[in-house]
Design a protein around this ligand. Sequence first.
Ligand SMILES: [Zn+2]
Length: 308
Amino acid sequence: MRVPAALVLALALAAPLAAHAKHQAAPPAEAPKIHKVEKVAENVYCIFGQGGNIGLIVTTKHAVLIDDQFERLVPGLLEAVHTVTDKPIKYLINTHGHPDHVGGNVVLEKQVSAIIAHANVRKRMVLAQAKLDPAKQGGLPELALGSEDTKERARLNLHLDDAEIHLLHLGPGHTDGDVIVGIPSVLVMHMGDLFFLGMLPYIDVESGGSFDGLAAQISSVASWLPEGARIIPGHGPVCGRKELLRYRDFLQAVQAHVKANPAKDAAALAASFDRTAWPEWKPRADFVTWETLFSVASGKGPGRVARP
Ligand SMILES: [Zn+2]
């Protein structure tokens, strides 16, 4: 198709103007106002935003953050933190290595004394960052808990000012680098993505996760978690022991259904499972469906639908 000369001239004139207008119209770099802060217990908060739930612990002289969502959200996250405390953030703990939990590390490493995570989180982040532009690398955990042996349990107790914070790794679950963070003085736990509430759980097999490992961990925690404890799940609302016991029963029901029907594939397992008994866990067509859940529960799938 021939383009009329007048139009070519108009386009040529308009292009730099359009680019200039775009440049001028760039919004000011202000923090997105998406974060909400909920008090969970004395000096412990949950910050909701986009991605995994964030925990905030305030001690006599410091603050501790648990997870940090995405790099672009850090200014808004810090504003949310400052609505609670102006104390410096001493430690940043990562519950595991998924980008919606560690994306802010690259910014926050400039202001915290240390980022703490399981050894496998550091290992996987090093591998992932090797593919990145050097300018975008950074935010690696400096204090690594446990070893790369995926079955080895690990524990680390932090003593900061008047607070005691326990980090516990119980083996493969959501990934091979999950850490449960407990604050025993107020009976609060951040369980990272070992606990999804409101949507079906994701087991990231490609990152060393295991459905049976996850179910075993939840049963273990349910056996010792005291009445009155509060739980910050990786995704979903703050909850307690009642919801954890339901989650344990749900995971066990999925396991039992797989075991009772060895000849069925994931689609048939999903179709024959009594989903109405478990309304707290909903499928997402772009993430974890009933079929992908049964696929991973029978040891055959990656735990989620393929990324587009
Ligand atoms: Zn995750």
